[in-house]
Write a protein that binds this ligand. Sequence first.
Ligand code: NAP
Ligand code: GDD
Length: 348
Amino acid sequence: MKRALITGVTGQDGAYLSKFLLDKGYKVFGMYRRTANPNFWKLQTLNCLDKIHLIPADLSDASSILEAIRISEPDEIYNLAAQSFVEASFAQPLSTADITGLGLLRILEKVRQINPNIKVYQASTSELYGDGQKGLLNEDTPFAPSSPYASAKLFAYHTAKNYRRSYGIFVCNGILFNHESPLRSLEFVTRKITNSVAKIKLGLEKELKLGNLEAKRDWGYALDYIECMWLMLQQDEPDDYVIATGETHSVKEFAQEAFNVLGLNWEEYVKVDSKFIRPEDVMYLQGDYSKAKNKLGWEPKVKFKELVKMMVDEDYKKWQDCLAGKQFPWDAPYYVSDLNIISRTKRA
Ligand code: NAP
Ligand code: GDD
């Protein structure tokens, strides 16, 4: 039986990957960080919390990583843990650099020292490209990070390549473009929109405040992208791959489509609030996944409209169930309203 250690197991991708690997017959170990309140609703939703083995550890704490690797004795490590919210990286640049950047270095050092045969997947990102890009972006497009988050991920990207060349460690960078799902956290724009659309339809909210409506993203479905992480580690040689849908849409188009799903006109509800505008933003992302298609045999299955509908339908159903008194693991009822957060102001 193969053994996998997933860092960031409580996140969107960590939950889907846990289920994917359990279905493949893996023994799955999930590294989670200690929090004051429980944070396992995504794993519970997919019915796999009681099937994985949880190890408390933190990417900023090298000794806890050592423990996690010793306990799990993995064949494969999937490094999904990160401070992953770009906007928060402007407010917390140092901890972002520590977790999102140095975190991988701490893992690779332990792998090098304990068992250099462990294969490692690194969650790289389309944010590496930064602002000002045009056309389809691929593995050869130069990177120009536009946030502390992207700079930290660029450090990790190069660290992975360096450990591959210097020590022969099997480590792959998955340059994943934005991927979403009903398990997406509420701070990201897609789920923020779909949750609000559901609440507005049910009379629980009156408006939706957003920032930059013109930014374009290549949005795919998280579950489609999980398979690629695994495929990369099953190849004979480690390599880096772009994973995307090849389509791009603006935040405005996402909002328009999401309100449409429930028969609402987005222009009546969406307001722009400058507190959600970032000091620097990436205006355009669109990925070319031909290398993954040719070498891994991978293609995305879910495209834009289907993704938006899936997310709106799920949030709408959950709010209806919640109002009917049903109880289930879910984040939305406990989410602090954006209106209460005053630290997110546009910097000069
Ligand atoms: P996510 O939902 O934000 O999950 C991030 C995970 O990292 C959570 O489990 C979080 O734990 C954990 N974490 C944060 N700080 C940690 C620390 N100091 N020590 C240990 N764990 C820590 O992110 P995601 O969307 O699943 O993305 C997975 C990875 O892919 C991330 O590295 C992200 O940067 C990258 N990525 C995501 C996308 C995307 O569109 N989703 C695209 C490209 C790359 P808590 O639950 O306790 O916060
Ligand atoms: N979050 C958020 N909230 N974003 C908004 C809002 C808002 O109210 N209004 C407009 N946006 C714009 C952001 O300025 C950005 O241009 C775009 O919507 C997408 O923002 P996010 O959903 O927060 O995602 P992201 O693209 O910054 O980052 C995500 O994708 C990256 C891959 O490209 C994250 O998952 C990263 O971890 C990931 O690396």
